[in-house]
Design a protein around this ligand. Structure first.
Ligand SMILES: [Zn+2]
Length: 299
């Protein structure tokens, strides 16, 4: 069953806004961009199957464990504000389910490949980091919560040049449910979800279930933000719009526009913008060094 995402209209029925805006720089242009990029998601609860966490899981780690691969990869981090409630999503396999959800979706879309993730002894390597700032302090940086998270994580040592950090931030934003970088215009290495976000005019982000099966809003939101942080959708793509999105279909993973966003999404519908589009000199996911056939750890 599809969940629909709608733009934030005066009478909003949607929820879960996503954008690259918190990394888009400041000023009038950024404000306009973030308004137009805002996407809301309508949620139907009760359709999601969530399986209990398996008993086996790696213990909490405050560091990025030794790497299995030196190739470009995604590293997941569970981040809390200094006063945030610890829901232990890093150790109860919630984040593992979430990552597996979007990796599996992508592998079906590509037919074989997905994003390489950081593993340790066969398991997903998830780090934990508690910020020195309070939830309110972080939220006060809106719409630049992503920037604040990236700065804090960089200072804490999470800044490997070949990694994109998939940050599950268990805190608030008053603007959206997530954000990403968008190089080259907006360089960065953090793609973030704000699990307790409260976008104006929309239901709280927390009405979605993290790690849902089948994959749900948060899973597609995370890979949407990871794609932005990898540089998608590039401006050379014919349907690129609103800084890093596409305009040709509300079914597209990277859609932004007035119509509802339909989930589960499709990877580059029509294959004409960012996956196997074969546009000379234009960034294409098919050529990404983040893609691998062996995308999931053994357990
Ligand atoms: Zn976006």
């Amino acid at each position: 069953m599809n969940r629909t995402f709608t733009m934030n209209r005066p009478i909003a029925t949607g929820r879960g806004r996503l954008s690259t805006s918190d990394a888009l720089g400041r000023g009038r242009q950024a404000r306009e961009a973030r308004i137009t990029r805002a996407i809301c998601a309508a949620v139907v609860l009760g359709i999601l199957l969530v399986t209990p966490a398996p008993a086996q899981a790696l213990p909490r780690s405050l560091i990025d464990r030794p790497d299995t691969s030196k190739k470009p990869q995604i590293h997941a981090i569970y981040v809390l504000p200094s006063d945030g409630l610890d829901r232990r999503f890093d150790t109860d396999r919630t984040i593992q389910r979430s990552v597996r959800g979007f990796l599996s979706w992508l592998s079906k879309e590509t037919g074989k490949k997905s994003l390489r993730v950081d593993t340790f002894r066969g398991s997903l390597d998830v780090s934990f980091h508690r910020l020195s700032s309070t939830d309110a302090e972080v939220a006060s940086s809106d719409p630049f919560v992503r920037d604040a998270l990236e700065a804090a994580l960089k200072a804490a040592g999470f800044n490997a040049p070949h990694k994109i950090y998939a940050v599950y931030y268990d805190g608030h934003s008053t603007f959206s449910c997530g954000g990403g970088a968008w190089p080259p215009e907006l360089p960065g290495n953090v793609a973030a979800l704000y699990l307790l976000g409260e976008p104006p005019g929309a239901p709280p982000c927390s009405t979605s279930i993290l790690g849902a099966r089948p994959p749900g809003y948060f899973e597609f939101a995370m890979i949407h933000e990871i794609m932005h942080t990898m540089g998608f959708v590039p401006t050379c793509a014919p349907h690129q719009t609103l800084r890093g999105h596409v305009s040709d279909s509300p079914r597209d993973l990277m859609w932004a526009g007035d119509a509802a966003w339909e989930l589960p999404p499709v990877l580059d519908l029509g294959r004409d913008d960012y996956y196997k589009a074969r546009l000379p000199g234009c960034l294409d996911l098919a050529g990404s060094k983040f893609l691998t056939r062996k995308y999931w750890p053994r357990r």
